[in-house]
Design a protein around this ligand. Structure first.
Ligand SMILES: C[S@@+](CC[C@H](N)C(=O)[O-])C[C@H]1O[C@@H](n2cnc3c(N)ncnc32)[C@H](O)[C@@H]1O
Length: 361
């Protein structure tokens, strides 16, 4: 049985529904003076054309770069945060769930995410984010390994590289265990669960802490006619799950957070220190005696910082709960010879770990 998905409110950009005190910006106005007002704290409302907003943002970038000349890490961070703060004061008006200015993109999210309101102001950068997400959603992403297109919901993690899917496919093709039940933690846009289904698992429990991931996958289940195969839950790890599974799958965030995590997509990239200990402790209780945990991971943290620890190796070394059954690795983008990487991520590898519970003595 699915959780009552109707009661889940999607995460969406903040909007202003009251009248605002803003400076109207038209073509040929003094952009520099407008930007000065914006930096000082005034709202600017883009009038006429969508492209007028782009002009203001370009000028804002120019102005702030003149002030933030420090090229070091902190300097760049300060620049980005100043840009973020000021640029969100550049607003667009929405009426009947559409942008009012001319030559603006058609963005379905303005309707789908705002069913309760049709007229409001929204910041230009948020509109840009929704626009790019809408293109991904409309066009979809071709997943060759599965022979399907994925349509990722707004503010949901989706893969742009597919090496880990190939590793998982390889594992599923040689998997000989029982296929009664599987659990996927962190379902994202659904891809690993769809791989499970295509490989014969028909009873999957999937959770995610990101509401939009759950809403998005529920739409995908209808589209792909997989509704009776997956139970979705907006939850932390195994919360509310009563199943014991033959396979527990988790493609977790790969980087230890050095900042306080926000709800939503932030948790797709970064994890808090206790995530893995909590996962392993709960996973042990949700495995059948011959069950397996499959974790997708990467050496990205190590590539970025040599001193970083590896949470799966740490679990195997510290606790006597699981033994390593398999560890596959694959170069990221190894298949493309033409785009040989020369950046700091050149040595990046994706990993697939299979752990099984140690027998209790
Ligand atoms: C790297 S993404 C993987 C998404 C998808 N499974 C895939 O492979 O494309 C990690 C996902 O885990 C989710 N997540 C992070 N912490 C979680 C937690 N404590 N419980 C459930 N899901 C979590 C994130 O919201 C995100 O959707």
């Amino acid at each position: 049985m699915n959780q009552d998905l109707e009661s889940i409110q999607a995460d969406r950009p903040k909007i202003i529904t009251t009248e605002i005190d803003a400076i109207s910006y038209y073509r040929k106005m003094d952009t520099k003076a407008t930007v000065t007002e914006m930096i000082a704290g005034k709202y600017i409302l883009v009038e006429e054309f969508y492209s007028n907003g782009l002009e203001v943002l370009n000028e804002l970038k120019r102005e702030l770069l003149l002030k933030h000349t420090d090229k070091n890490f902190q300097g760049q961070r300060d620049y980005r945060s100043a840009f973020r703060e000021a640029s969100h004061r550049l607003l667009l008006k929405v009426k009947d769930n559409k942008l009012v200015v001319k030559k603006s993109p058609d963005i379905g999210w303005l309707e789908l995410l705002y069913t309760d309101v049709s007229e409001f102001y929204v910041s230009f950068p948020d509109v840009q984010g929704m626009n790019s997400s809408w293109q991904w959603y409309l066009n979809g992403i071709e997943i060759k390994t599965l022979n399907l297109r994925l349509h990722p919901f707004y503010s949901t993690y989706f893969p742009t590289r597919f090496d880990h899917l190939k590793l998982f496919d390889k594992y599923l093709k040689r998997y000989e265990g029982s296929k009664d039940n599987a659990i996927e933690i962190g379902v994202g846009s659904g891809i690993l669960s769809f791989q499970l289904i295509q490989n014969g698992f028909n009873n999957i429990y999937a959770s995610d802490t990101n509401k939009n991931a759950i809403l998005g996958v529920s739409k995908e289940l209808k589209r792909l006619d997989y509704q009776d195969k997956i139970t979705l839950n907006h939850a932390d790890l195994f919360e509310g799950c009563n199943l014991k599974a033959n396979l527990i799958v988790f493609n977790p965030p790969w980087l230890l957070a050095k900042h306080t995590l926000e709800e939503g997509i932030d948790k797709a990239m970064y994890y808090e220190k206790d995530l893995f200990p909590r996962f392993f402790e709960q996973a042990q209780k949700h495995l059948t005696p011959d069950g397996k945990i499959v974790l997708i991971f990467s050496n990205l943290a190590e590539v970025v910082d040599k001193e970083s620890s590896h949470p799966i190796i740490e679990e195997l070394q510290k606790n006597n709960r699981f033994r390593k059954e398999l560890h596959l690795k694959r170069d990221v983008r190894a298949s493309s010879r033409r785009t040989k990487r020369r950046d700091s991520r050149e040595n990046e590898k994706v990993e697939l770990w299979v752990l099984s519970p140690k027998e209790k003595k």
